[in-house]
Ligand binder design. Structure first.
Ligand code: GH3
Ligand code: MG
Ligand code: MG
Ligand code: MG
Ligand code: MG
Length: 308
């Protein structure tokens, strides 16, 4: 997974540009400038722009300010406040220089302004610069926050995400669950099949676990060694137990031979679940310890099961 994600960021993969303007003639001019080099997407309203961003995740958005309904500033604000689209590079297109508007645009998180009438050389240079910056920061983020073996989030990303999910659940008065997962008898697996195959096994297990935690705000991270952790915002204990059980089944369905396991013919995992209604004065270390405790109980009770 990591490989494919990094490949997506390679220079030979086409970037994506979204053009947003209520006047199709403006879109047409910009389209002609970038059409050869980039995959192009178009929107004539703010609402449509948000839909396209959520679906295709463009690298750069060229955004008109004056539009009926949702204007460009509102679109920018919405994109920046959603973690899934917050990294999009937003360049405003304006009819003329207006200092107040530019200050506002930069404060909302835009990276640049382009003024009409469009100068093709300047516009192309600015968009290409922003596109390259975006790609490089995507690459750095992927390296810094992904586990290089399995492609899921690494522990650093887990530690960054946990307070965010915590705050989200406080704000929305929702429970938050954590699932700790650990591969059963993995030392024996390595001893029997070798470290290389052990690594392959961890990759497959990680993908199987991630395949289950599929909602946009769920996070699966490699916590260390053969342990994974999953943050499930807006999820109560029953929901989390059911997700953990699906993860256990998904790993069993991989049917990775494990001749040295005393509980199954194939690789299995155990899971511990902990749920809390986060409060400002409660600590998330407690939830983590509790999930760990439940995982220990699952191991003690025979493995290949969840406790919570
Ligand atoms: P239990 O069912 O109680 O969890 O037993 P276990 O053998 O899985 O647990 P233990 O903690 O004794 O061993 C974990 C093993 O995981 C030891 C270590 O060699 C292996 N391991 C940790 N990280 C990696 C890795 O990145 N690659 C490989 N191949 N093995 C790893
Ligand atoms: Mg307009
Ligand atoms: Mg372990
Ligand atoms: Mg252990
Ligand atoms: Mg283990």
């Amino acid at each position: 997974m990591l490989q494919t994600q990094l490949l997506d960021l390679a220079d030979d993969v086409k970037g994506k540009i979204l053009l947003v303007d209520d006047q199709p003639t403006n879109i047409k001019i910009l389209h002609q400038l970038f059409n050869k080099e980039f995959d192009m997407y178009m929107a004539t309203t703010g609402k449509q722009a948000l839909e396209v961003c959520n679906n295709v995740h463009p690298d750069v958005v060229l955004l008109d300010i004056e539009m009926p309904g949702m204007n460009g500033f509102e679109v920018c604000e919405a994109l920046k406040s959603d973690p899934r689209t917050a990294n999009t590079a937003i360049i405003f297109i304006t009819a003329h220089f207006d200092e107040e508007q530019e200050v506002k645009g930069f404060q909302l998180g835009a990276v640049d302004f382009i003024h009409k009438p469009i100068n093709s050389i300047i516009t192309t240079a600015r968009v290409q610069n922003q596109f390259l910056l975006k790609r490089h920061s995507d690459l750095l983020r992927a390296i810094a926050l992904q586990d290089s073996l399995t492609g899921v989030a690494n522990r650093r990303q887990f530690e960054r995400s946990l307070p965010d999910s915590w705050r989200h659940c406080i704000r929305h008065h929702q429970p938050m669950s954590l699932v700790m997962l650990d591969v059963d008898f993995f030392k024996r697996y390595n001893d029997k099949y070798g470290h290389q195959q052990g690594d392959d096994c961890l990759r497959s297990v990680a993908q199987a676990i991630r395949g289950v935690a599929g909602r946009p705000y769920d996070l699966v991270a490699r916590y260390g060694g053969e342990e994974f952790v999953c943050i499930l915002p807006d999820t109560n204990l029953d929901g989390a137990l059911s997700i953990a059980q699906k993860m256990i089944s998904a790993v069993q369905d991989l049917a990775i031979e494990h001749a040295e396991s005393t509980i199954s013919d194939s690789v299995t995992i155990s899971a511990g679940v902990s749920t809390i209604f986060p409060k400002l004065d409660s600590s998330w270390e407690h939830v983590l310890n509790e999930a760990d405790k439940q995982l220990y109980l699952a191991k003690k009770d025979g493995r290949n099961q969840v406790k919570g």
